[in-house]
Design a protein around this ligand. Structure first.
Ligand code: NAD
Length: 358
């Protein structure tokens, strides 16, 4: 197959990690007989510097014509004082909206090799931690009607969901569960919120299509607690925009390794948007210190979800595991690794490529 990938290196460590992601995809191409054509384009601070606009029209055009988009990260202190719509982060919202990617998939995976970085007690995570959070991304309270009273003393935001908006997320939840441990937990606040009750109604109407999936519901306050009390009970969580925003950050921090976590944002058709969950890490930019593994694992998600190349995705994940098994670490995940096993961004990319070639 010939895959067209739009790359948006962005700012800070973005260019370093995207470069390694592309090298790994090229190695996948060699091994499995695909070709990847990369078109690099601008967004975020880099785009502001070059064009005055965080998301130039040309970038959107390149992204929409691709099979998938790989984004590094955007933002940094240089652009922090710009007004909201001119800031680098505006590019992220613009991309999600324009590409109509309504579902955000965020795996929170604790690698057994890095278990010592997990902030929870060892006995709590002895069964491992491997959760996929499916978050609704373009609806709910972040997009609902908002306002202030004339005298400014009252403000409101509105949580509003349609059946269609809910069912397309729950469907991804069920289908993802089918490919994993077959457990789906819909997180809501159905004891209080009418919109949550609709989430349950819609989910109930769909569950018959997935008899193999064990379905449960949990109130969001309890879910926040259970994620630190007994995270092993979760397989796939499907939830609304705001609840997913909060829970996915909590879940990723529980793994202890921000430099290892990937994400995918998907719509009905058209390209997916793939990015590591971390930011542009200005403190280590350009120093060959960034961990490229989150981006490399993001490429595995791209292979799996957009390029329908499951075998290839598994190969990338296995290569990362092999490198960790051999004891190689970047500084952020070094723990008590010996100094001769601590490597920079580029060397870590080399090691994954070598593991893939074996
Ligand atoms: P951050 O994720 O960039 O960094 C937090 C800490 O984690 C830093 O100490 C950093 O060095 C470290 N870190 C992050 N990724 C790493 C990696 N791959 N390897 C090694 N260490 C890594 O978050 P922040 O400091 O809050 O934000 C910095 C900038 O990034 C801000 O401008 C913020 O707006 C932006 N940001 C962008 C995105 C995005 O593009 N999706 C997401 C979050 C933050």
């Amino acid at each position: 197959m010939d895959f067209k990938i739009a790359t948006i290196p962005g700012d800070g460590i973005g260019p370093d990690i995207v470069r390694e992601g592309c090298r790994v995809l090229e190695a996948v191409g060699k091994k499995f007989g695909h070709s990847f054509t990369f078109t690099e384009t601008l967004a975020g601070g880099a785009a502001i510097d070059a064009t005055g606009n965080p998301l130039p029209a040309e970038t959107l055009d390149v992204c929409k014509k691709s099979d998938s988009v790989l984004l590094g990260a955007v933002g940094g202190p240089k652009w922090d004082n710009l007004p909201g719509s001119k800031r680098p982060e505006a590019a992220l919202l613009g991309l999600r909206g324009e590409m109509k990617v309504y579902a955000n998939l965020r795996p929170a995976l604790m690698f057994k090799q890095l278990a010592s970085a997990c902030p929870l007690k060892a006995e709590i995570v002895e069964d491992g931690l491997d959760i996929l959070i499916v978050r609704e991304l373009t609806g709910g309270i972040y997009f609902g009607e908002r306002g202030r009273s004339e005298d400014g003393t009252t403000a409101w935001d509105t949580e509003k969901y349609s059946r269609d908006e809910i069912s397309r997320i729950v469907k991804i939840g069920f289908e993802s569960a089918m490919k994993r441990k077959k457990r789906l937990c819909v997180v809501d606040k159905a004891n209080i919120l009418e919109s949550s009750r609709l989430w349950r109604e819609v989910t109930e109407s769909m569950k018959g299509n997935y008899p193999a999936v064990e379905l449960s519901y949990m109130y969001v306050d309890n879910a926040a607690m259970q994620l630190v009390r007994n995270p092993g009970q979760f397989d796939v969580i499907a939830t609304s925009n705001m609840f997913g925003d909060i829970l996915s950050d909590e879940a990723s921090q529980v793994t202890g390794s921000i430099g290892m976590l990937a994400s995918a944002s998907l719509g009905d058709s058209g390209p997916g948007l793939y990015e590591p969950i971390h930011g542009s890490a200005p403190d280590i930019a350009g120093k060959d210190l960034a961990n490229p593994l989150a981006t490399i694992l993001t490429c595995a998600m791209m292979l799996r979800y957009s390029l329908k190349a499951e075998r290839e995705a598994v190969a990338v994940e296995a290569a990362v595991a092999a490198v960790l098994d051999a004891g190689w670490r970047t500084g952020d995940i070094a723990g008590d690794a010996s100094r001769d096993k601590i490597v920079g961004t580029k060397k870590m990319g080399d090691l994954v490529v070598q593991a893939l070639e074996q």
